[in-house]
Design a protein around this ligand. Structure first.
Ligand code: DAT
Ligand code: MG
Length: 233
């Protein structure tokens, strides 16, 4: 076991603003007076997943996380490698999905499909974190209500990895509007109203980079899945 420190600068194409962004600057500063629930261990629907700990022990300017012994410098960045089998997407169970007991089902769908869970934790976002997450929608009339609801209770943050994970994740979620979502999709199976559509998924590689960098400043777990030869030909 060893520790790793991350510090990076990135451009957020969604807001078209370049920001110096310490891996911990926005989320962890916000989290310091928020309700970040770290090191949560889920065992739901037959799914057991270990959660990376570390953010709560971070200093103000850096974030330290424990990594598995196999981690190497060849590991992908937290946002993965779009266009490869290491593409990564940020999937979240929103406060309504958590309250309605859908965490396990949503995890199970991605897991059974063959995707690899590399990051998982429960966080109660502050309003500031919700606003940062939905920064691209800042000018929309529903933005205040959206961010208020998103910060109204804990969410489950996930990083899923695999071929075409961003687009396939969106398809598994369904349409933004639940009434337009097909049965078989998460939103089509479990939701009715637009503002209670259960889950979030990155909509592009740029979105995934913004979201995974924001929600997993401590990094994720770069583990090898031994059954991948039975998922990929
Ligand atoms: P998605 O969540 O499918 O990526 P989005 O990014 O356009 O959709 O919007 C984020 C969330 O905001 C969406 O899941 C539900 C809510 N929302 C979207 N459009 C809305 C509208 N016209 N009125 C109220 N809420 C809306
Ligand atoms: Mg969106």
């Amino acid at each position: 076991m060893f520790t790793r420190t991350t510090l990076r600068t990135f451009r957020t194409s969604r807001s078209h603003v370049t920001r110096a962004f310490s891996a911990s600057a926005t989320p962890i500063a916000a989290a310091s007076n928020s309700r970040l629930i770290n090191a949560t261990l889920f065992a739901a629907a037959g799914v057991a997943a270990a959660v990376l700990a570390g953010a709560s022990s971070s200093s103000a300017s850096t974030t330290t996380a424990r990594c598995d012994a196999a981690a190497t410098a060849a590991d992908p960045p937290v946002y993965g490698r779009p266009g490869t089998n290491q593409e990564r997407t940020f999937i979240a169970v929103k406060p309504d999905g958590v309250q309605r007991g859908l965490i396990g089902d949503i995890i199970a769908r991605f897991e059974k499909r063959g995707y690899k869970l590399v990051g998982l934790k429960m966080v109660w976002p502050t309003l500031h974190m919700a606003e940062e997450h939905y920064a691209d929608l800042r000018k929309k009339p529903f933005y205040p209500g959206l961010t208020k609801f998103f910060s109204s209770g804990p969410i489950v943050c996930m990083c899923w990895e695999g071929k075409d994970a961003i687009k396939q994740g969106r398809q598994m979620l369904g349409e933004t509007q639940p009434l337009a979502s097909k049965p078989g999709s998460i939103r089509g199976d479990y939701s009715i109203d637009l503002g209670r559509n259960i889950c979030h998924g990155s909509d592009s590689p740029e979105g995934a980079e913004h979201e995974l960098t924001m929600w997993f400043p401590e990094g994720v777990s770069n583990w090898a899945k031994t059954v991948d030869s039975h998922v990929y030909e």
